[in-house]
Design a protein around this ligand. Structure first.
Ligand code: ADP
Length: 499
């Protein structure tokens, strides 16, 4: 009997491999960073070959850690940094250029052009996305346009396109599987999330040959097996999802209205909206959470540019704290923020404000404000920003928020999570295992091979470390949020007269 499911967590700066046992506990972890390339300002690249070799190193290491052999592994699940674009030669497996990473802005002019030409509504209705260089479509087009010979080779069927999941599966299967799952496909800006097909009109518009695109498959289901020469046995490759969607699954947000937030450098919020896509008028994106059992589940997604990064700013630039974790103790040295608000709009404001000219602001200072008030207000700013996105999600989906499940580095902060519960008037649940991304991939794979039998069984594995319940009155909440809204208005448009 196999003892583990193996999850590949192919991230932006490192790859990890985690072995989960049947109770959903981590049996082994291995992690390795890989190189980031910044060839020009705003450009970010990875070496696809290194993504693959690093992933294999950590897979072997994770097995060695617990003395596991390939026979102990029931299935492999893959979760990955999304949108990152790789094109390679079908015959040799050689990438035609380095992977263009999701953060890379090299195609922003082309994305602007698409917007100027009036394609915003068409793209939103078909793909659920806002036109942006972030998604794979314009990156793939760039490779076809700029790499000598690429278009001709692609048109004659010599080249394949994939996101990182596709690339890893192709390599792992010895070139037998060229596939992606619904969740990753929905981040390419080429996939029609209504018809569940690559969209011909968009492919024509961007001049992308359909023959290079992967087959789109359910997120949970056996796609094929690993080449036995690689890990020692033909282990089923049985689950795939983009990192944020995998985290939603790992947080067991299986029902409509269930949501998770990851408090990392930025925040990623996703709400399960069930079997119908909800199209946002406030700049949230509509995405496929996962596909399984012959249907797909949709989600609304919103992100916040500066979250944990605001704590790094307090630490590295303001020097008010020695470590991000210190912020919790410092924030609780005072009873409130003394009327002050910090709006960390260092890079403009995202959903639902969408003001690229907003800039960071501290308002409401009086003579009695000290560093503890500022630290507390900075932590509060994470909670307010998350609340702004949650409000839009609640309104647009028409679904009540039962609870917010949380993970990510800053979810260790108890003060922050209590502030979140208070401001959003909803329970905030922190699980014992915050490796939700890898866990989601493991669950998707394990379900496909019968390692776990049902979502109910998985839900019973999900253990709460701590629940934070709202503990302020409605009047107090309204007052706090009114102040935040006023503070945000002060941040609006600050950089406008400089451009
Ligand atoms: P990412 O995956 O985006 O690199 P992580 O999930 O590892 O991020 O979280 C790191 C971020 O969380 C950092 O920005 C850091 O400032 C913040 N952070 C870490 N621990 C705490 C804490 N105890 N309180 C507040 N913020 C924290």
């Amino acid at each position: 009997m196999a003892k583990y499911v193996m999850a590949f967590d192919a991230g932006t700066t490192s790859n990890r491999c985690i072995l989960f046992d049947v109770s959903g506990r981590i049996a082994s972890v291995a992690q390795k960073e890989f190189r980031q390339y910044y060839p020009k300002p705003g450009w970010v690249e990875h070496d696809a070959g290194e993504i693959w070799t690093t992933q294999m190193e950590v897979a072997h290491q994770a097995m060695i850690n617990v003395g596991a052999s390939a026979a102990d592994i029931a299935a492999i699940g893959i979760t990955n940094q999304r949108e990152t674009t790789i094109v390679w030669d079908k015959a040799t497996g050689e990438p035609v250029t380095r992977a263009i990473v999701w953060q890379c802005r090299r195609t922003s002019d082309y994305a602007d052009k698409l917007r100027d030409e009036g394609y915003t509504d068409m793209i939103r209705e078909k793909t659920g996305l806002v036109i942006d260089a972030y998604f794979s479509a314009t990156k793939l087009r760039w490779i076809l346009e700029k790499i000598p010979g690429a278009r001709k080779r692609a048109e004659s069927g010599e080249l394949l396109f994939g996101t990182v999941d596709t690339w890893l599966m192709w390599k792992l299967s010895g070139g037998k599987i060229h596939a992606t799952d619904y969740s990753n496909a929905s981040r390419t800006m080429l996939f029609n999330i209504n018809t569940l097909k690559w969209d011909e009109e968009i492919l024509d518009l961007l001049n992308i040959p359909a023959c290079m695109l992967p087959e789109v498959r359910p997120s949970s289901g056996i796609l094929g097996t690993a080449d036995p020469q690689i890990l020692g046995a033909p282990i089923p490759i049985a689950g795939t999802a983009g990192d944020q969607q995998a985290a939603l699954f790992g947080q067991t947000c299986f029902r409509e209205g269930e949501a998770k937030n990851t408090y990392g450098t930025g925040c990623f919020l996703l709400m399960n909206t069930g079997s119908k896509p909800v199209f946002s008028k406030n700049g949230l994106v509509t995405t496929i959470a996962w596909g399984m059992d012959n249907s797909v589940t949709y989600a609304l997604e919103g992100s916040i540019f500066v979250a944990g990064a605001a704590l790094q700013w307090l630490r590295d630039e303001m020097r008010l704290i020695d470590s991000a974790a210190d912020s919790e103790y410092m924030a609780t040295k005072v009873k409130n923020t003394n009327g002050c608000y910090v709006v960390p709009a260092f890079a403009g404001l995202g959903a639902p404000h969408w003001d690229q000219y907003a800039r960071g602001t501290i308002v409401g200072l009086t003579r009695g404000c000290n560093k503890y008030h500022i630290i507390r207000a900075t932590l509060d700013s994470l909670a307010y920003q998350v609340n702004d996105v949650l409000k839009v999600m609640r309104t647009e989906s028409g679904l009540p928020l039962e609870a917010l499940k949380v993970d990510g580095g800053a979810s260790a902060n108890n003060y922050l999570l209590q502030a979140q519960a208070n401001i959003s008037d909803a329970p905030v649940l922190r699980p014992t295992c915050v490796e939700t991304t890898a866990m989601g991939a493991a669950y998707l794979a394990g379900l496909a091979v019968g390692f776990w039998n049902s979502c109910e069984e998985i839900r019973s594995n999900w253990e709460i470390d701590r629940t934070f319940r709202p503990s302020i009155t409605e009047a107090e909440r309204e007052k706090l949020v009114r102040g935040w809204n006023k503070a945000v208005r002060c941040a609006y448009g600050w950089a406008l007269d400089e451009v």
